[in-house]
Design a protein around this ligand. Structure first.
Ligand code: AMP
Ligand code: MG
Length: 485
């Protein structure tokens, strides 16, 4: 057979791991693929030539003409607290692509068909769920939040059977790697001999080479992942993002957001907000995210115990010592982030109180999480703006303003911080849903417009003012997201 040269620069180090960690799999191509989106900015960042014919073939799953070794990764995970053997059941890695400056990225086709890990599933994805991932992952990227990205989206009219019949989509997901807490759980539960050690060495070499040679590699690695993940969830909370399915298989080792299934953005400030239809107990609600993250990090710690110390009791003590730092680290991060949103100096003792008081009023009055901060920004800027600070905040606002004006850094510094940390435009759930619905009816206007709006979320643009607002209560109260496979 003729093998063609691909426009990618693949060299997959993951395949050097013991074979238990993957299984070679070939994508099930799309029939008559229609290219919906090709992310040209990302192509450039990845230094990939825009060879449209080759890209179309490979990214729509037609890989057999190319010299590619495609594979699905093994992993396990706690899903809603229950441990399962999982693995890529509907995603296949094309390979690790090296950019011109030697940065390594996983390129993965989502919805690529069955693999050894598909269990009862068809391995495919609906176009609706892939449109959602494309839009929201790109929005998160432009919100300056670490995330997987979307390189391309193809669709075909092949029927996908879910609650009803959908069209099929394949999305190319790009991440620094797909290593996750669940990969370590897999090695710990199902690995043989040195598999866990192999995985740790591999991961450290690939992502945290600075840790090589440290006294207790497993412990330092755990600490690193914990910090990266705390930073990530702090960023989610900053913009009101609810991931929705923080299972351990969806927690990345390098601290990137991924798996955009039932995620959503909070409109009115309510810490108990949960949109996911399957999250009946609110396990992954907005306010639970830091708690669940700690639970997930404990699962990683448990997996690493044999590498932390051969004496289990000693290993547990060492891990526990580290986990004890979780809560203070989280609180520190949280108040620092909130202080930034309000232009406050985090080290000042007043800041925490100002933050807490605001949140109490916001919750009691169901204020819009995003627009409240935007209105405060424009108020401090002394610029007339369509969003006003709600009057229930008048008293709080006056003391906040007075306080800022007494600080050494002053108003200018406060405004700078606020501008950087408060998005004006977030993906509002009702807009995202409308855009996807229209797109599935071949009307891409709103979808394209939203892609544009969310490219510059920290900048107010008059022409986009209709996208500022939360939906009417009826939408909000009935809104549910689905895992959307
Ligand atoms: P997720 O909710 O995307 O994290 O998926 C959890 C697990 O279910 C992973 O192992 C997925 O690969 C698998 N999975 C989800 N949807 C499908 C599907 N349509 N076919 C096969 N496996 C699936
Ligand atoms: Mg997943």
């Amino acid at each position: 057979m003729h093998t063609k040269k691909s426009p990618f620069n693949f060299s997959s180090t993951y395949l050097n791991l013991p074979s238990i960690f993957y299984s070679l799999s070939t994508p099930e191509r799309l029939d008559n693929p229609e290219l919906l989106y090709l992310n040209e900015d990302l192509l450039k960042e990845l230094s990939i030539e825009k060879e449209i014919n080759q890209l179309t073939e490979i990214l729509s799953g037609y890989t057999t003409n190319y010299e590619l070794k495609t594979y699905a990764q093994a992993y396990a995970g706690h899903q809603f607290g229950h441990f399962n053997m999982l693995g890529d059941g509907r995603a296949i890695l094309l390979g690790e692509h090296l950019t011109a400056n030697n940065t390594r990225y996983d390129l993965q086709l989502k919805g690529a068909g069955r693999t050894n890990y598909s269990r009862g599933g068809d391995g495919k994805a609906t176009i609706n769920s892939m449109l959602r991932e494309y839009l929201i992952s790109e929005a998160m990227h432009h919100l300056n939040i670490a995330t997987s990205r979307s390189l391309s989206l193809f669709k075909s009219n092949e029927p996908i059977y879910r609650d009803k019949i959908y069209e099929r989509g394949i999305l190319c997901r790009v991440m620094k790697s797909h290593l996750r807490v669940g990969t370590f759980q897999f090695a710990a539960y199902f690995g043989k001999e040195n598999n866990l050690e192999n995985l740790l060495e591999y991961t450290v070499k690939r992502h945290f080479p600075k840790l090589i040679g440290c006294e207790n590699l497993a412990l330092s690695f755990l600490e690193k992942v914990m910090q990266l993940q705390i930073n990530l969830v702090t960023d989610w909370v900053r913009v009101g993002f609810i991931h929705g399915v923080m299972n351990t298989d969806n927690v990345s080792i390098i601290g990137e957001t991924f798996d955009y299934g039932p995620c959503a953005f909070m409109n009115s400030y309510n810490p108990k907000t949960v949109f996911s239809s399957i999250d009946v107990n609110g396990r992954y609600s907005f306010e639970n995210q830091p708690k669940i993250l700690m639970w997930n990090i404990i699962k990683l710690a448990e997996s690493l115990l044999p590498l932390i110390d051969s004496d289990t009791n000693k290993a547990i003590l060492l891990a526990q010592d580290l986990i004890n730092k979780y809560q203070p680290t989280w609180e520190n991060n949280f108040y620092k982030m909130m202080s930034n949103k309000l232009g406050l100096d985090f080290s000042a003792i007043e800041s925490k109180k100002i933050v807490d008081e605001l949140l109490v009023i916001m919750e009691a009055n169901k204020l819009d999480y995003t627009n409240t901060f935007t209105a405060l920004y424009f108020y401090l800027l002394e610029k007339d703006f369509i969003l006003k600070v709600p009057s229930v905040l008048n008293e709080w606002r006056d003391s906040w303003e007075k306080y800022i004006k007494t600080t050494k850094e002053g108003v200018k510094n406060a405004l700078q911080k606020m501008q950087k940390n408060n998005p004006v435009f977030i993906p509002r759930n009702h807009l995202v849903e409308e855009a996807i619905l229209n797109a599935t009816n071949k009307n891409y206007l709103l979808f394209n417009k939203l892609l544009e709006v969310y490219k510059n979320p920290y900048l107010y643009q008059e022409k986009y003012k209709e996208f500022l607002y939360r939906p009417i209560n009826e939408f909000e109260n009935n809104y549910q997201t689905f895992c959307g496979t």
